[in-house]
Design a protein around this ligand. Structure first.
Ligand SMILES: C[S@@+](CC[C@H](N)C(=O)[O-])C[C@H]1O[C@@H](n2cnc3c(N)ncnc32)[C@H](O)[C@@H]1O
Length: 218
């Protein structure tokens, strides 16, 4: 699967600079529905996940911009990019001087895309392709979570895992463009960026992407 997934990602996307973060290049698609259909055919699975990995999402764009402006958040630290998609935040962390970067996503095409995108940007990123939310948080210094508050069921699983990580002393940074399930009472806003996204994914092609730190619970 790994090899054919890489070939599929390469075939279905174009390597190009990320809007607003032009020093990072990603394998990106223009249209979501035809690509989703291609994924369904490739996997033989009508319920295949949306090809999140082929787009830079608003939350990830804001978080990557924040790491560019605040490299001290990750420099010389062990970073884990949860729900990495294309690997955008992982690449931004590596560029900002992280000691090590691991990217996790449950979609095998995302793992393929992260590998291809890491290579295109000449950065080293380890990957984890299984669901970690029932495990202990990883032994790292910082967890990044870009644009992961878009679904109730997922948000309900992510929050306790990140709260546990925070209680262990891990810094947790999340980027969000106004999704419904952002846990507003648990976060502190650090920055806001106007991010360039696409009406393929969002109602507007520019959005305010906010970066938050998860606050420790008493
Ligand atoms: C909206 S995308 C965000 C991608 C990237 N962080 C960004 O901002 O561009 C959400 C990602 O979460 C991944 N995901 C969903 N459930 C997950 C889980 N349990 N563990 C890890 N990743 C998951 C999806 O496969 C998808 O790539």
């Amino acid at each position: 699967m790994a090899r054919s997934a890489r070939a599929f990602v390469t075939r279905q996307t174009r390597l190009r600079p990320v809007p607003g973060l032009e020093t990072i290049r990603l394998h990106l698609a223009d249209e979501v529905l035809p690509l989703w259909h291609a994924v369904q055919i490739e996997t033989g699975d009508a319920d295949a996940a949306l090809p999140y990995w082929a787009f830079a999402w608003g939350g990830g764009l804001a978080l990557a911009a924040y790491l560019h402006d605040h490299p001290e958040a990750v420099a010389d630290r062990r970073v884990f990019d949860f729900a990495s998609g294309s690997g955008l935040c992982a690449i931004a962390a590596e560029r900002a001087g992280a000691a090590t970067v691991t990217a996790a996503d449950v979609d095998p095409f995302a793992i393929a895309a992260i590998g291809l995108n890491a290579r295109a940007n000449r950065v080293r990123i380890a990957t984890v392709g299984h669901d970690l939310l029932d495990d202990d948080p990883p032994d790292v210094d910082v967890i990044l979570a870009g644009d992961c508050w878009y679904e109730a069921g997922l948000a309900e699983r992510i929050l306790p895992w990140l709260v546990r990580a925070r209680a262990l002393g891990i810094d947790v940074l999340t980027g969000d463009p106004g999704r419904r399930y952002l846990p507003v009472d648990d976060v502190i806003e650090l920055a806001v960026y106007q991010v360039r996204t696409t009406t393929e994914l969002e109602d507007l092609d520019r959005k305010d992407g906010r970066v938050y730190a998860l606050r420790p619970r008493p």
